[in-house]
Design a protein around this ligand. Structure first.
Ligand SMILES: [Zn+2]
Length: 172
């Protein structure tokens, strides 16, 4: 009985600690975008999909495998002084389907949104078919069309190959 209560108590303490850690990591940005609830380990892919290389001088903070009460573990990406549009944030819909996009102004969340699968992914993923013309030396911009949302099913615009997230993500 006693041991049981002690266990329950430490579980509560642990939850409380991970909550404050979450809040700390998410809140400290004055202006910009915070991508929260990114699937653990995928933050760098998110940056690639958004075309963020850190070369513009803006502060980009990446926290990977942070404890999350909702997801077990998650990644967080904070991009200072940049406000992602809905179209931009939808580019990460396959990589981080559960991501929440928080726009921050003067340390406060002024807008919170979820990501939706767009109709097409232009220049984000390559077609895995090695003989596809989009993988040839021709100057062709890779484009994958979304046929179905659940389960996500895509089609290469050029070779018509059907693709699933696993095919696309392993080829990002
Ligand atoms: Zn193709």
């Amino acid at each position: 009985m006693l041991a049981g209560s002690a266990k329950a108590y430490s579980a509560i303490l642990f939850d409380h600690m991970s909550m404050s850690q979450e809040e700390l990591l998410v809140r400290r940005i004055k202006e910009g975008t915070v991508l929260d609830h990114v699937e653990a380990g995928r933050a760098l892919r998110v940056l690639t999909a958004l075309g963020i290389k850190g070369e513009d001088g803006n502060i980009v903070t990446v926290a990977m495998n942070v404890l999350s009460s909702k997801m077990g573990k998650k990644d967080i990406v904070k991009i200072a002084d940049r406000f992602l549009s809905q179209e931009e944030s939808d580019r990460i819909a396959l990589i981080a389907p559960r991501a929440t996009v928080n726009l921050i102004r003067d340390y406060r969340v002024v807008e919170k949104r979820v990501v939706h699968l767009p109709k097409t992914f232009v220049n984000i993923f390559r077609c895995p078919n090695p003989t596809c013309i989009s993988n040839s030396p021709e100057p062709i911009v890779p484009e994958l069309q979304v046929l179905r949302a659940d389960p996500p099913t895509l089609k290469c615009k050029y070779c018509a190959r059907l693709l699933y997230p696993v095919d696309v993500l392993s080829n990002q």
